[in-house]
Design a protein around this ligand. Structure first.
Ligand code: ADP
Length: 219
């Protein structure tokens, strides 16, 4: 299988972390930044690292950006540069574009011009951390829609020693336990006969209000 080719534009904390992780996973990564120091920092990490202004169409063309499977625009505060870069990538026919949005207006414009994925790392991380601060039992949280989530909940002593069948969580709360994390083991799609043990972490999917109800009553 041909290796997927990625380009990361903007090597700040977010873009840099994406570039590093993709490279660690053995992906082909082109790192681009207008700042030479940043580019030097990633020269030994990415497959290629180049200095360039991504708002200059000629620069992106000369890098053959069209041929990349996925381009990530991680320009931070310069919203104008982020939008212009996305627009050029779109016009050049890049198949898959992920852009970091700085605020809601930025996101609106990115949607309009056809960014394929828009991410809000600070906002999303803030939400996740807030959820785990509110409840001692919620360890992690992933929003699926405005009203649905996947949540990791530490099982309380009230659940210990009971099987999923006995607890009847799906019928009583309308939520599903999709996995149980037990030490280093992950039990995916646990059977109804599975007993909950001390230290188990339940990975639960469902409507937020149902998950809240489950958490308040049972955990
Ligand atoms: P973060 O919040 O993720 O740390 P930063 O704002 O620090 O983001 O980083 C954004 C990066 O994008 C910087 O390294 C900056 O040099 C780079 N950048 C900004 N404008 C351009 C541009 N027109 N072309 C290429 N890189 C750019």
């Amino acid at each position: 299988m041909k290796k997927k080719q990625f380009a990361v534009i903007g090597l700040g904390r977010f873009g840099g972390s994406i570039c590093r992780t993709l490279s660690e996973q053995g992906m082909e990564v082109l790192a681009i930044d207008i700042d030479e120091d940043r580019v030097n920092e990633y020269a030994s990490i990415a497959s290629h690292a180049v200095v360039g202004d991504s708002t200059d169409e000629a620069v992106l063309k000369s890098l053959g950006i069209r041929n990349f499977d996925h381009v990530i625009v991680a320009i931070g505060d310069n919203i104008q540069a982020s939008i212009l870069t996305t627009l050029i990538l779109k016009e050049l026919g890049v198949q898959n574009i992920t852009v970091k949005a700085t605020n809601d207006y930025h996101e609106k414009v990115l949607k309009k011009i056809g960014a394929d994925q828009i991410v809000h790392p600070e906002r999303d991380m803030g939400e996740r951390i807030a959820h785990s601060i509110i409840s001692n039992n919620v360890l992690d949280y992933l929003e699926l829609s405005d009203v649905h989530s996947i949540v990791e909940i530490a099982a309380s002593h009230r659940l210990e020693g009971h099987s999923l069948l006995e607890l009847d969580i799906r019928a009583r709360y309308g939520i599903n336990i999709v996995a149980i994390k037990r030490g280093n083991e992950v039990i995916v799609s646990p059977l109804a006969s599975e007993m909950i043990r001390k230290g188990d972490i339940l990975v639960v999917i469902g409507a937020d209000e149902d998950i809240d109800r489950f958490e308040a009553k049972v955990v």
